[in-house]
Design a protein around this ligand. Structure first.
Ligand SMILES: *[C@@H]1O[C@H](CO)[C@@H](O)[C@H](O)[C@H]1NC(C)=O
Ligand SMILES: *[C@@H]1O[C@H](CO)[C@@H](O)[C@H](O)[C@H]1NC(C)=O
Ligand SMILES: *[C@@H]1O[C@H](CO)[C@@H](O)[C@H](O)[C@H]1NC(C)=O
Ligand SMILES: *[C@@H]1O[C@H](CO)[C@@H](O)[C@H](O)[C@H]1NC(C)=O
Ligand SMILES: *[C@@H]1O[C@H](CO)[C@@H](O)[C@H](O)[C@H]1NC(C)=O
Length: 397
């Protein structure tokens, strides 16, 4: 970026030439960062041990699990770095067997021994109830949590299924998996079959985006599962929405709108409110049209105001500069006119003090004075949790 152009643009926009950080990252919504070594999840591995699973497939399951959990993840609890992962194990055929509770494995060698001890051969039955496996996994997750007190950790079931027979029993694995997901549990499935009846049904048990098929390619599957685990570790506080780009990929940003219409509130109250909602919360920024449109659609859907929708974002005119709100204690970020800043023609203006930017239903930005009106909506933002950002977001539900 070229400074002359930056100042020219600022001149055209009628803003003082303030020092805009030449750091593009400051004006970018971060992707979900991910490092498998810093994973912090509670995972229950569920493996079909019926005769529907071939020896080669079971070997592949062992190989895959060994590589996924052997990648220097901190296993168990009690580390000075709280980012660690607990892993429980369940096998099933017609019934499920818990082969390791969540707090048994304290290191990767423990996991290796559990895998070698419980996943070496199949049982002598063709009966395979994924539902029984999922139900047992739920019990392992819940009882383990009561012992470890890891209430802020996201729960995951990783299921390897070679068949789908639940439509003939009382337990419907698809309905059960929906219940589990509505309780905040993410489900990754690996279908160890290409059967045209079983495969789509196994896939339907997965959280969208986390249904995989074992193609007997270990490195591919390890990569897919590692990516899914890192992605699940990137999440928002309860009731907040995660910002997703136009490609539907999750980004490391969470959004929530609030309605204080009818109360004598103003911009400064909104700033404090966002800070009090969640650690490092702040009024939302809009560095791209994509983000602007995402927030606008979310606010339209959340608050039924039709074309009367007005809400405040975290942009205001302060000490002769337009600045974006940042987490409490961090310096505010000057408006960068080189990126998305298509405010209404002639706006923002430098000649009126105390202005804040409000967004209207039709997406056009207008200047607002910073005082309360009868309509008073605003939108907060916070960094998502991730392998690189340990939080207590889940605990707050
Ligand atoms: C499987 O579960 C059923 C119903 O709970 C029970 O009657 C049966 O004995 C169990 N079978 C095995 C092998 O545990
Ligand atoms: C399992 O199914 C296969 C193929 O349908 C069959 O050959 C085998 O006898 C069955 N085994 C048992 C234990 O039912
Ligand atoms: C396994 O998958 C990877 C892509 O993840 C691919 O590059 C490789 O060729 C595959 N190996 C085999 C044997 O198909
Ligand atoms: C704005 O200027 C006033 C007076 O110079 C100063 O006290 C205040 O800290 C400034 N605020 C910010 C956010 O820089
Ligand atoms: C600010 O300046 C613009 C032109 O740059 C003018 O149209 C507007 O009336 C001015 N506003 C105030 C409050 O002085």
């Amino acid at each position: 970026m070229n400074t002359v152009f930056a100042c020219l643009a600022i001149f055209v926009f009628g803003i003082y030439c303030s020092p805009v950080p030449q750091n593009a990252a400051a004006y970018t919504d971060p992707a979900c960062p991910g490092n498998i070594k810093n994973l912090w999840l509670d995972v229950v591995v569920v493996v079909d041990r019926s005769m529907q699973m071939t020896d080669a497939q079971l070997w592949q399951v062992r190989q895959t699990l060994t590589q996924v959990f052997g990648s220097d993840i901190r296993i168990g609890t009690g580390y000075s770095d709280k980012r660690s992962t607990c892993v429980g194990f369940v096998t099933y055929n017609s019934n499920a067997t818990v082969t390791a509770e969540l707090d048994i494995a304290k290191s990767f060698p423990d996991i290796y021994n559990i895998i070698q001890g419980s996943l070496v051969d199949v049982a002598s039955t063709n009966a395979s109830s994924l539902g029984e496996g999922l139900l047992a996994a739920q019990r392992v997750l819940n009882s383990g949590r009561q012992r470890t007190n890891r209430y802020n950790v996201k729960q995951v079931i990783l299921a390897f299924a070679a068949d789908f027979q639940d439509e003939f029993s009382n337990l419907n694995a698809i309905e059960l998996s929906r219940d589990l997901q509505s309780n905040g549990i993410s489900i990754i499935t690996v279908a160890c079959t290409k059967d045209s009846y079983a495969l789509p049904r196994i896939n339907m048990c997965a959280t969208p985006g986390y249904a995989f098929v074992d193609e007997m390619n270990t490195s591919k599957l390890v990569k897919q599962l590692t990516g899914a685990l890192i992605n699940i570790n990137c999440f928002c506080p309860e009731d907040w929405v995660q910002y997703t780009g136009s490609d539907k990929k999750k980004l490391g940003v969470c959004i929530k709108g609030f309605d204080f219409s009818g109360s004598a509130w103003g911009y400064d109250h909104a700033v404090q409110y966002c800070q009090n909602q969640v650690s490092r919360g702040h009024l939302a920024n809009e560095f791209s049209k994509e983000k602007h449109d995402f927030i606008n659609l979310y606010m339209m859907n959340t608050f039924n105001r039709g074309m009367h929708l007005d809400y405040s974002i975290g942009l205001r005119y302060l000490n002769s500069t337009w600045v974006w709100e940042e987490p409490k204690g961090q310096p505010k970020l000057p408006l960068n006119p080189d990126i998305y800043s298509t405010w209404a023609p002639g706006y923002p203006q430098k000649n009126s003090t105390g202005q804040v930017v409000g967004v209207k239903a039709n997406g056009i930005l207008t200047n607002w004075v910073g005082s309360a009106t009868s309509e008073w909506l605003f939108v907060c933002q916070v960094q998502s949790s991730s392998t690189e950002h340990y939080t207590t977001y889940v605990e707050q539900q």
